[in-house]
Ligand binder design. Sequence first.
Ligand SMILES: *Cc1c(COP(=O)(O)O)cnc(C)c1O
Length: 410
Amino acid sequence: MNELAINGGPKVRTKPWPPRGKRFDQRELKQLKEALAQNTLFYMYGRKTKEMCKKMARICGAKHVVACSSGSASLHGAIKACGVGPGDEVITSPITDAGTILGVIYEGALPVFADIDPLSYNITPKTVAARITSRTRAVIVVHLAGCPADIKPIVRMCKRRGIRVIEDCAQSWGARVGSRWVGTFGDIGCFSLNDFKHIGAGDGGLIVTNDEELYKLSWLSIDKCYDRMGIKRCLPFVAPNYRITELQSAVAIAQLGKVRGITSKRHRLGVRLTEKLAGIPGIRPHKVIKGGYGTYWFYLIQIDSDVLGVDPATFVKAVNAEGIPGGTGYVGPVYLSYEYLRKKTAFSHSRWPFTLARKSLKYGPGYCPNAETVMRSSLNFGIREELSAREIDDTAAAVRKVAAYYRSKR
Ligand SMILES: *Cc1c(COP(=O)(O)O)cnc(C)c1O
């Protein structure tokens, strides 16, 4: 067997990794020029935001689209539109971005975390059901890393109980279940246009829905509760200014034109990596649900330390030495890592909204066992549209080689 590169053996790959490609070109520039030529950058007066929302509706298959300033803003807007208020519980995933729960906390509601499936890293119908109480007002289903959660049964279950479903699709542009985009199954879908996502406009967020009422409430929720269509400004509730500008929408129009190409490329790369990793003892590829179409924002591999006798950090170091970039884990369960959740310090000198929580709601070690363990045993490989089959095959070859080495050492 080949000696590992980390021990002085030959590398699986000597060629450098492809550099980051050019994200913005003449198409974005043309849109930006047109936006500036309007002589207004306000979304209500210009045409770019309206056009961008229409384009998103057409692409994702939702009836209505609201644009705002960020993915976090879209989620906060969705929470408000769904009528989540003080003391309500919102079930979501503990493995996610801060933006998923910030709106929940701002509205005085309590995030309740459901455990994740150990191989798809998403919450499941079962783990959500286990967290439902009489206080549950909504569920935010995070489709992590571009791979769809088992959304259909979750929506069915929640509908029966009058619980709203919001889909956090910030990492899952173009991901589908069957032929339908994630974000169109629940009551509201939320997307991010931040600089790190599949497509970006610097910052920006989109709210998609098929419900006329939620659509109207979403606009109010992200624009100071100003009724831009009517004359009356009676402000029935408080809402932040999360407006998008025409400049962001202009860039987003051009980026939406590229989303199909970007996501289908990432899909092919992820599927190929899964195929190439199949059958390696001790290695478990990133799982996609049956009928799901993943668009791989990143790719996690579980390593079984019982089989390989090695920890993920040591394993990935050996893979890196073979000429393959990669790291370990993603984020830890937020109820353990966020100080404001552990110490109830969200709002300065007050312990609100945790003062409204039922006694039995307690965050701490053991709350979501899968979430706590799998993030400690996973490797994280970046998938980007600039990669080719070559990089995927080299990644799999390096993982195979390193796994074989450590198995032989047992
Ligand atoms: C990026 C992200 C968000 C927040 O998006 P921003 O545009 O950065 O506010 C929310 N949820 C998830 C899962 C994300 O990855």
